[in-house]
Design a binder for this molecule. Sequence first.
Ligand code: SF4
Length: 330
Amino acid sequence: MPATLRNPQCKRSLKNLGNQGSYSRVGVGAHKPKLTFKIYRKTIFLDVSRLKRLKEYPRFIAPNFEPFDPVKLARETERIVTRSGPDGLERKYEDFYATGVYGGISTGYCVGCCFRCVFCWVSWGRDFPEKFGRFYSPKEAFGRLREAAHRYRVGKLRISGAEPTLGKNHLLSLLEHIEKSEFTSFILETNGILFGVDKDYVKRISKFTKPHVRVSIKAGTPETFTKKTGAKPEAFEIPFQAIRNLLDYNVSFHVAAMSADPRIMMPRERKSLMQKLTEVDPSLLLSLEEEVMDRYETTLARLKFAGLKVEWPLQQVYTPIKKLLKRKTR
Ligand code: SF4
């Protein structure tokens, strides 16, 4: 593996960050009302007159926040991060690079998501998609992915950074380019919202041979789901429906969950999550990828904004469920 491969997670998001974040309103009532948002030394200027439609746009979780509808937020975010272009639907990306995860993979780092997870490590492009990234057509995005893959001699591709399923036609066109290419696989990391509510999306993904989907489940109960993602509790079931849709269309996938970390998931919640997955398909537990929270500055800031205190460093983790099950069957 070339030594120049970048860290798997977005270090760029750390470069302008410091110790504190704050809001201030300036110019309200003046000719050009502006909202300035100072976050970790990076000042973001929002032109309020241009952002009327985004007045209610959720940025991150704060105490007493109003839970949102993630499907509605997905559609609002799509209006920001996609646009029609001469070569199909364009999507906003911040960068293209290669990283060491998955044994070396070329990565397109997109902006915009329909969750606001408190443990999220991705850049501020999640919270302020209108301020980050530039638009790429499916062909241009594929070209950049291919360029990074060739430069670092890796054979796999992925989109990471936020929610890659936003912009259905962009992703489907990108997959057409990938399908015809020399690359062996495409990792599609998703929170499962759009695959849960749009079965046709999953059906169309199933026509391609290269994608492998990684569905990330954030919580084990509707209440904790809302606390962790900001989405209303009724949406808790949607990612599980995404898993059912992937099973129905025989798409290659596995489930990941932030369930190895006792700081963010209590034993009762973890048990409830395992039960939910077992109800869908017991074999899901055998390939379950269990994660812990990492100490990125974006994560620390989001935890702080949510008023959550977390002990660092991590002292202990749960034994992975797949390991326990394998022991049992011996
Ligand atoms: S962790 Fe993933 S799903 Fe959650 S807000 Fe971040 S990018 Fe979105």
